[in-house]
Design a protein around this ligand. Structure first.
Ligand code: FES
Ligand code: FES
Length: 160
C-alpha cells in the first residue's frame, strides 16, 4: 500500500514498486488529465509537480512520492476558477489537439516560478522539454508571456 497526496487529497492504493507515477495517476486514481505520450521521458506530456517542482511522471516511481505533495492539472484551478495560465491558453488558442496541453501548462506555471530568465529565449530554453506535435509554439509562448506580464504589473498571478 502506498499513500499518495494528490491535489491535497491523500489516496491509499495497492501498488507494485515498479508502477510509475503516471500510471498510478491515470490507471489507479482516474486522474487522466496527465497524458502519456512517449512514456520514456522525451515529450513532457506527463509533466506534474512533486513538492511544487516539475517532474516527468513517466520516469518517476509512484512509491518515491509517498509523503510528498503531488499536483496535477486537475489541481491547478482554485475555487473553481481556472488558473491564469489555463485561461491564457484558451484565450490565445495555445493548442490544437490539446494532448500536450496539460503538461505544457504545468510546466509553464512552474517555469515562471523557478526564477529563470523570463524573456523569449528563457521561455524557449526552459520549456524545451515540452514538445507539441501540432507546433502551437508561437501561441504557447504568447500565453506564457501574457501571464508573465500580468505578474510583473501585479494584475495577475503567475505561479498559482
Ligand atoms: Fe513522460 Fe513523454 S510521457 S515524457
Ligand atoms: Fe497537439 Fe500540442 S496541441 S500536441
Amino acid at each position: 500500500m502506498v499513500t499518495l497526496s494528490v491535489n491535497g487529497v491523500p489516496r491509499t492504493i495497492p501498488i507494485e514498486p515498479r508502477v510509475s507515477l503516471l500510471d498510478a495517476l491515470r490507471d489507479r486514481l482516474d486522474l487522466t488529465g496527465t497524458k502519456k505520450g512517449c512514456n520514456q521521458g522525451a515529450c513532457g506530456a506527463c509533466t506534474v509537480w512533486v513538492d511544487k517542482r516539475r517532474v516527468l511522471a513517466c520516469l518517476t516511481l509512484a512509491i518515491t512520492c509517498e509523503m510528498r505533495e503531488i499536483t496535477t492539472i486537475e489541481g491547478l484551478a482554485v475555487g473553481g476558477e481556472p488558473h491564469p495560465m489555463q485561461t491564457a491558453f484558451v484565450e490565445l488558442d495555445a493548442f490544437q489537439c490539446g494532448y500536450c496541453t496539460p503538461g505544457q501548462i504545468m510546466s509553464a506555471v512552474a517555469f515562471l516560478a523557478e526564477g529563470h530568465p523570463r524573456d523569449d529565449s528563457g521561455i524557449g530554453e526552459w520549456m524545451s522539454g515540452n514538445l507539441c506535435r501540432c507546433a502551437a509554439y508561437p501561441n504557447i509562448r504568447a500565453a506564457i508571456r501574457r501571464v508573465r506580464d500580468a505578474s510583473l504589473d501585479g494584475s495577475g498571478d503567475a505561479t498559482g
